[in-house]
Design a protein around this ligand. Structure first.
Ligand SMILES: Nc1ncnc2c1ncn2[C@@H]1O[C@H](COP(=O)(O)OP(=O)(O)OP(=O)(O)O)[C@@H](O)[C@H]1O
Ligand SMILES: [Mg+2]
Length: 253
């Protein structure tokens, strides 16, 4: 049960389901300030659903999602809206809007949430694009960007409102190792420069070992979390399925 704690977000005995089909049950973990927490597990085990539950888009069948002391699903609407404004989200299929320029994509959350002039929005959007190394892409069409650039532009959009917590669902999926490593560096840089807390889903082991402070491992078989801890700790002495997962393809490396 929730006690005094400096956790930013607390998942408290969550059960997540689609109608009668339980995806994951009894998930309890904290997200601590400035940590990079990775949610991992086999394909289809419910990682994206957990992420959506943490940001207010999937109501748990049981349990609570606490942001500070506020319950994300039962607090008054204005409290929930205020919480959501402090969260930046990049969804797994988080495409940019192709009918808008990269700059307009990044300005969109500002236009929807932050009353200010277009010039101010543009200044902030350019600043976020510079932060992710896309200072020259403001006027570009999304179609003209590489895969890695698209991901970074989507992160810039998620950063537009200067979120306290950034949620990234498979940010490096489909990227080559170099682009993936650059994205890892960007995540660490955001934490250093902005103090951003990051909750990410990833199946890239290199990325996991490079950036994650802690892992929550979801089991597809048991439909619950079977381990939590630092990546190296779990790789050395976690439960067998977790060790196996973390050593995939690393034996010959
Ligand atoms: N809208 C939905 N309605 C019904 N079932 C769903 C819905 N979305 C997801 N599911 C089911 O919930 C389970 C978990 O899905 P989820 O997308 O959270 O898994 P995941 O771990 O993110 O998968 P992946 O590794 O492929 O990204 C899957 O069995 C999926 O089929
Ligand atoms: Mg997913």
């Amino acid at each position: 049960m929730a006690q005094a704690s400096n956790a930013l977000i607390r998942a408290d005995a969550l059960t997540l389901a689609f109608s009668s089909k339980v995806i994951q049950h009894d998930l309890s973990f904290d997200v601590m300030p400035r940590e990079v927490l990775a949610i991992i597990g086999g394909s289809g085990c419910g990682k994206s659903t957990v992420l959506r539950a943490l940001v207010g888009l999937h109501e748990p069948q049981a349990g609570r999602v606490l942001h500070g002391e506020h319950d994300l699903y039962t607090s008054p609407l204005e409290v929930r809206d205020d919480i959501r404004k402090h969260l930046g989200v990049m969804f797994q299929a988080g495409a940019l809007f192709s009918s808008m320029t990269v700059g307009e994509n990044v300005m969109l959350p500002l236009e929807l949430n932050a009353p200010a002039s277009r010039a101010q929005h543009e200044r902030i959007a350019r600043e976020k694009l510079a932060l992710v190394g896309l200072q020259d892409s403001f006027e570009q069409e999304p179609a003209s960007l590489s895969g890695g650039m698209k991901k970074r532009a989507a992160i810039a959009r998620a950063l537009a409102l200067e979120p306290q917590v950034l949620f990234l669902d498979e940010p490096s999926a489909g990227l080559d190792p170099l682009a993936s490593a650059r994205l890892d560096a960007l995540i660490l840089q955001l934490r250093e420069q902005l103090g951003t807390t990051v909750v990410m889903v990833t199946h890239e082991l290199d990325s996991l070992f490079a950036v994650a402070d802690r892992i929550v491992f979801l089991s597809a078989e048991d439909k619950t979390m079977i381990a939590t801890g630092a990546p190296r700790e779990l790789a050395a002495s976690g439960p067998p399925p977790v060790r196996e997962f973390l050593h995939r393809g690393r034996v010959a490396a």
